[in-house]
Design a protein around this ligand. Structure first.
Ligand code: DQA
Length: 142
């Protein structure tokens, strides 16, 4: 089983970025957590981050036919990107949307998600723990 885990803009700054909202774990820590969970389930993960919308779109396209599930924290592109929505729509595999914070309890501009209509589940507001939870959902449903 192969799972693509995508992280959008500014998530490379976790640890330094608004720790009162996002916690103190770095993206490297989250990757380690994901690798530990994936290895328990004998799953293979491809963990990536980009600050560039087009690069994320390309990675989603390239994954077509090669992955059994996609976990995506699109960061701010969650609330703006029709391009990510369209790319994800190519996939028939389960898509899980993850957010460290709960965007719906924050500023109004974070309330709309272009990812949610395509997501089998949205995991939000539980910090880094949302990532291993998302892996477990994909493992159970695939
Ligand atoms: C985020 C929430 C988004 O609104 C924000 O732009 C992020 C991080 C989260 O994980 O809580 O970059 O996706």
């Amino acid at each position: 089983m192969k799972i693509l885990i995508l992280n959008g803009p500014n998530l490379n700054m976790l640890g330094q970025r608004e720790p009162e909202i996002y916690g103190t774990q770095t993206l490297g820590d989250i990757e380690t957590l994901c690798r530990e969970t994936a290895s328990i389930h004998h799953a293979d993960i491809d963990f990536r981050q980009s600050n560039h919308e087009g690069e994320l779109v390309t990675w989603i396209q390239e994954a077509l036919g090669h992955v059994d599930g996609i976990i995506i924290n699109a960061g701010a592109y969650t609330h703006t990107s029709v391009a990510l929505h369209d790319a994800l729509k190519l996939h028939a595999c389960p898509i899980i949307e993850v957010h460290l914070s709960d965007p719906e309890t924050r500023e109004e501009f974070r309330h709309l998600s272009y990812i949610s209509p395509l997501a089998q589940e949205v995991i939000k507001g539980i910090g880094a723990a949302g990532y291993p939870q998302a892996i477990e959902i994909i493992v159970k449903t695939s």
